[in-house]
Each structure stands twice: as C-alpha cells, then as structure tokens.
Design a protein around this ligand. Structure first.
Ligand SMILES: Nc1ncnc2c1ncn2[C@@H]1O[C@H](COP(=O)(O)OP(=O)(O)OP(=O)(O)O)[C@@H](O)[C@H]1O
Ligand SMILES: [Mg+2]
Length: 463
C-alpha cells in the first residue's frame, strides 16, 4: 500500500506515493517550499479523515498557519480538529536542555502518535538535531534510531532538511524528494525511492494561492491512432507539401511580415469550418488582440481555444499541462511564435514530450518561428525540435527589381511527392494566394535572390 504525498500528480511519478511505514526526506534550500510541502501532506490526509501530527522543530505552528496560501488555510479550517501539533520551541523548557536528544524526540513523537491515534507525521527541520551529534556517523545513527522507532510505531513520516549535513539524512531516508527554487521557477525531483521505480529528472512545481501543484515532465500516454490525410487550409498547399497527415507537425519559419500568423489562421479555419476543436497558442499577442485580428480578417475561429502565453513568464512544465487540458478532442494546434521564448535544454525536452503527445493524439500541429533577419541564408536558429517536425516550410522575401516579393520553399516533408521548387505567393487583400513556381529566380536560399532570366514564370501552375 502507498501513502499519498498530498499531490496526486507527484504520486503518479512514484507508483502511488510513499511506502507505508517509511521515513521520507524533503530536501531544499530556504524558501523552497519544504514547510508547505509538509503541511500539505498532513492536510491531504486530514481531509481524508485521518488524524495527523506536525512536529515543529523551529517555526511555531501559529506562524506556519498564518503564512499558508489561502487555499491551504481554508482546508486547514475544515480539518483542524484532526491536525495535531507538537511545538518543540514551547515544550523544550519542560523537557530540559536535552530535548534534542534523539531518544527523547522519538519518545515524545511516538507517545503523541499513540495519544492522537495517528501514523501520518511530518517533522519540519531536522537541523536542530545535528549540534548534539558531532560526527556524520553519530548523526546518521541518531536519525536512523528516530526513523526506526517511528516506523516501528506504524508511522509514515516526512521530514524536512536543508541538506547541509553531508548526506546523513539521505542515507537513512527511504525516499528523498528535492525541491529547487531559483527565484523564478520551482522544480521537484525524486532522488531516491527505496524498493520502487520512479520517474527520473526534474518536474515543474508551483506554489500559488491554491496550494501546491506538480507538473510532471511526462504526459499520460495515449493510444496512437491511424493517421488520415487532411487539408492544410490554403488552396494548393497539398501540391507543395505533398500529403499531409493527422499527427503531422509542420514548422513554418520566416522573417516578420511573411504571413506566418495569417497562414496559421487559415490552418485553424480549415478545422473550425467543420466544427472541429482547435487550440491556438500565441506567444506574442494577448487573447483579445488575437480575437480582434481574427475577426478583422474575416475568420470565424469560434471552435478554437485561444491561449496567450507570456514569453517572459514561461514555465515549460506548467505550459504543457495547461495546454493538455484543452487537447481533448482537439484536431489542430498552433504554437505561434515559439521563437519569443529563449530555448534551453529544459524547454527542448518539454517540447519533445508535448509534440510526441500531440502526435499520439493525431493532432495536426503548426509551429511558427520568426527568423530575425529579413534577407539571409537559411538557418533554423535554435529551434531544435527539428527531429520531431515532419514538414518545414521556409518563407522568404525575394528582392526582385524594385519589389520585395514573397516566396516559400519546402525544406523537409514527410511525403515523397512534395514540391522541390521555389513557390511565389502573395499576401493581399484576398488573403494568401500561391502563385506558382518562381523559376526565374536563383539564390533564394543562399540569401541573395537574383533574377535568372526575364519572366520565365510557369503560369497556371495551380489551375
Ligand atoms: N500564496 C502563495 N503564492 C505563491 N508563493 C507562495 C505563497 N505562499 C508562500 N509562497 C512561497 O512559498 C515559499 C515558502 O515555503 P516554505 O516556508 O515551505 O519554505 P521552506 O523550504 O520551509 O523554507 P525554510 O527553509 O525557510 O523553512 C516562499 O518561497 C514563498 O514565496
Ligand atoms: Mg520551513
């Protein structure tokens, strides 16, 4: 049997939670959330009707309650009859100066476990034990003794530590969870779990007014379905890209003003006109701006959920789980302007997981990426999810005569029968129109397009 950690999504990463009758370490620096984690563990079980016990080594219980996020405070008010606390700060004078002797500590805790009929315990802050036990061996032995006595009394205990005592706690603990906080993002990692498998690596962790939330680095698996061919949503696009299948991910790259977002609206419109659900994530414009633009252009994307993701406040784990909520039955997803978020290894890994999940769900996905320079040789910058992308279409400006024209070229396609040539297109008042093969140009991809010869454009390419 497993004992829930208090956060169901975390339980799902460790086969259901803590082992029964175990001693579990929550490690983290100051402000990482150890105390809140410990209290959340107790409140979760108190809510389920159990008696629970909080042992405070440093902070007073009143102070802890005062600083709880609103949601947790509310829960506490509902279940406070079942939440018992042992305030060592205040009972210390009754026990004499040796209160931090491990035998006494174990005695007081196990006695209270008996009195309150509880086996769910949190001991917040193990540091006050260490002064009495000078060597690492002594400290280990002391913590081991504490652990042994509490487990023998039937307890499943969580204890917190800043982890300064060079591994004494880790060694004794049956499981070790680490909380990280860099001042912007919080992460949680399962470091050890005796006798059981768990999901490695860091996961998103959030403290808000609602309480604690874990955003796992992996998404629930979906049974992949058979892909079907679909239309992109722009007339003639299939001729350029070859067959497009559900589950395909298409990357649209190009400088500002080449029509990437407009193409994305066409792409979504194709689903919306059939009443299919879709999700549009903008990294650039708040929802109301998107709605206005969509309306001005005459699109009806009423079946689309529009999400604005502030690129300066981007936590990839939280984003992935927020988006996941909208994916049920969605047929298309657009991530518009992923370049707005600076890429790093963590984000890359999360995109990998997210795109893989979109594929499994047979969702047709379009990603747009704005390249920084107007005319340059082709570079995918640091997009770096390329191996998960089925199609890449690069949009470009071509300076011809006195005009800046627009062309596109397929860099990669999941289909064999895609167009290898360079296609001129137009973004006019009637929207996007593919004009034909720009056979009169050369040097487009190298960055300096030149006119090959006078108007040898293949007319009626798309009749
Ligand atoms: N309502 C809230 N919304 C967002 N963050 C909150 C909220 N309430 C508390 N926090 C954050 O939670 C953290 C406090 O967590 P906690 O007291 O559990 O940390 P700790 O690891 O026990 O620290 P210490 O080592 O100092 O005891 C702080 O970083 C605080 O900013
Ligand atoms: Mg604390």
């Amino acid at each position: 049997m497993r004992i829930g950690t208090g956060i169901p999504k975390l339980d799902s990463l460790m086969q259901g939670g803590f082992l029964e009758h175990s001693f579990n370490l929550i490690k983290g620096t100051q402000g990482a959330g150890k105390t809140l984690f410990a209290v959340n563990y107790l409140l979760y079980h108190a809510k389920a009707g159990k008696e629970v016990l909080y042992v405070s080594m440093e902070e007073s219980w009143d102070n802890i309650v005062k600083n709880l996020p609103e949601g947790m405070k509310k829960t506490y008010e509902e279940v406070k009859d079942r939440v018992h606390h042992l305030d060592f700060g205040s009972i210390r004078p009754l026990l004499g100066k040796d209160v931090l002797d491990v035998n006494l500590l174990a005695e007081v805790i196990t006695t209270n476990m008996g009195v309150h009929k509880t086996n769910i315990i949190a001991l917040d802050g193990i540091a006050p034990l260490s002064p009495k036990y000078g060597t690492l061996q002594d400290l280990r032995a002391a913590i081991f003794e504490l652990s042994h006595r509490i487990k023998r009394a039937g307890g499943t205990m969580l204890f917190t530590s800043e982890g300064r005592s060079a591994g004494a706690e880790e060694y004794v603990a049956d499981s070790v969870l680490v909380l990280y906080y860099d001042g912007i993002h919080r992460r949680i990692q399962i470091l050890k779990m005796r006798g059981s498998d768990f999901v490695y690596g860091k996961h998103g962790f959030k403290i808000s007014n609602n309480g604690l939330e874990v955003y796992p680095s992996i998404l629930p698996k979906v049974e992949p379905q058979k892909p079907q061919t679909v239309k992109f949503g722009i007339k003639g696009m299939e001729k350029i890209l070859g067959n497009i299948y559900t589950g395909d991910v298409t990357l649209l790259t190009g400088p500002p003003g080449t029509g990437k977002t407009l193409m994305a609206y066409y792409f979504l419109n194709e689903a919306a006109k059939k009443g299919e659900k879709c999700v549009y994530v903008s990294f650039a414009f708040p929802e109301k701006d998107v709605l206005k633009r969509v309306k001005d252009l005459g699109f009806n994307l009423s079946t689309c959920k529009i999400i604005y993701q502030d690129p300066f406040n981007f936590d990839p784990y939280e984003f992935m789980w927020k988006a996941l909520k909208e994916l049920n039955n969605a047929k298309r997803v657009v991530l518009d302007g992923i370049n707005e978020v600076e890429m790093n290894d963590e984000i890359r890994k999360v995109y990998h997981e997210f795109l893989k999940n979109l594929k499994e769900r047979n969702i047709l996905t379009l990603i747009t990426y704005t390249t920084p320079t107007i005319i340059s040789s082709y570079s995918l910058g640091n997009v770096n999810v390329i191996y998960l992308v089925d199609n890449i279409i690069d949009l470009r400006y071509a300076e011809i005569g006195a005009e800046l024209r627009k062309v596109m070229v397929v860099i990669k396609s999941s289909s064999v029968n895609y167009e290898r040539g360079i296609i001129e297109y137009e973004v006019g008042k009637d929207g996007i129109k593919l004009l034909g093969k720009a056979e009169y140009l050369e040097g487009i991809i190298s960055g300096i397009p030149r006119r090959l010869e006078m108007k040898k454009r293949v007319e009626k390419f798309f009749k």
